[in-house]
Ligand binder design. Sequence first.
Ligand code: FAD
Length: 332
Amino acid sequence: MSLIKHILVIAELDDEGIKPSAYETVHAARLLADSFNGQVYVFCFGFGSPDKAKQLFNYGADRVQVLNNPLYNTISLDLGLIAIEPQIIKDKPYAIFFPATTHGKEFAASLSAKLNVSLATDCVAIQAGKDNQIIVRRPVYAGKALLNLTLNGPGPHILSLRQNTFRGPGPDFSRVGDIELLDISVSNDQRVLKVREVVKEIGSQLDITEARVVVSGGLGMQQSKNFKLLEDLAQVLQGAVGASRPVVDNGWRKYSNQVGQTGRTIQPDLYIACGISGAVQHLAGMSSAKCIVAINKDANAPIFSVADYGIVGDALAIVPYLTEEFRRVLAS
Ligand SMILES: Cc1cc2nc3c(=O)[nH]c(=O)nc-3n(C[C@H](O)[C@H](O)[C@H](O)COP(=O)(O)OP(=O)(O)OC[C@H]3O[C@@H](n4cnc5c(N)ncnc54)[C@H](O)[C@@H]3O)c2cc1C
């Protein structure tokens, strides 16, 4: 058992490196750990280039472990639990932080059920309370209200952290360390799930949960081919394209683009809503964006009630104009 109180962060690693959400999660863990002179340990799921995980030290990790088994090339729930559970039982972390990614949410929920400990999902603020408590804030009722929650007891307390919420000041290159490779053997009968094939989307764009700029389209874009206008704007702004649910239901965009209650929750620096009315289920996924720009031809559309900047007009005419202007300004 570790005598040092520590927070365990679960990061995702693949051939492209560490997912950006892991840096934020490590940063948030660092802040909490500093409040009790604790440490931040990181455990990387996946199997990729271990050297890429070294950057986690720059963001506040004290120890980084990477799995040394090609079985972990694909992240799967059962294999992940096989790897992580013994570490938790051995090290007894005070808290376990997951980024609220698709994998992170799944692992956090399964682990809390397996260990029979508390879970707070989609946290947007975290602080230390008295007597080992952790106080977290998380949205409820599809983002319409925020709940302050106090986690008591010995833990480990499991938290998933909303992406794009805990960005720190950036890397500190004076913080360095060595990666520990962890050999995990998995017998055939331990494996419930076997991943036969992983099909990656060809030419897939930036993930909307990771993009700092999201240009999103609703039914007001009128037809699938008009999303090319949004792709052009997103490309100039180095962002991703999002969509409302009916757009996805119509097959104009993929489900991974859907923003809202039954889609993704995002918090980019800039969200540009084009031809989106602003139904409450859509707002649940994007209303905490740092800056919201709405383009809608109906001046009474509800989206304008959450927008920082509103443009009343035809998105099909305004978006190409914005693209050209941004291109010109950014080039200069
Ligand atoms: C349980 C449940 C879950 C749901 N989950 C989600 C979810 O996750 N995400 C989601 O988005 N929705 C969700 N919905 C659906 C939601 O209620 C709305 O129906 C949906 O968000 C509306 O999509 P929209 O804004 O694209 O379309 P509309 O509401 O039809 O709005 C289109 C807008 O485009 C404007 N417009 C039209 N032409 C132009 C033009 N040329 N230029 C500019 N503006 C134009 C119109 O004025 C209008 O405001 C859910 C609903 C339910 C019941």
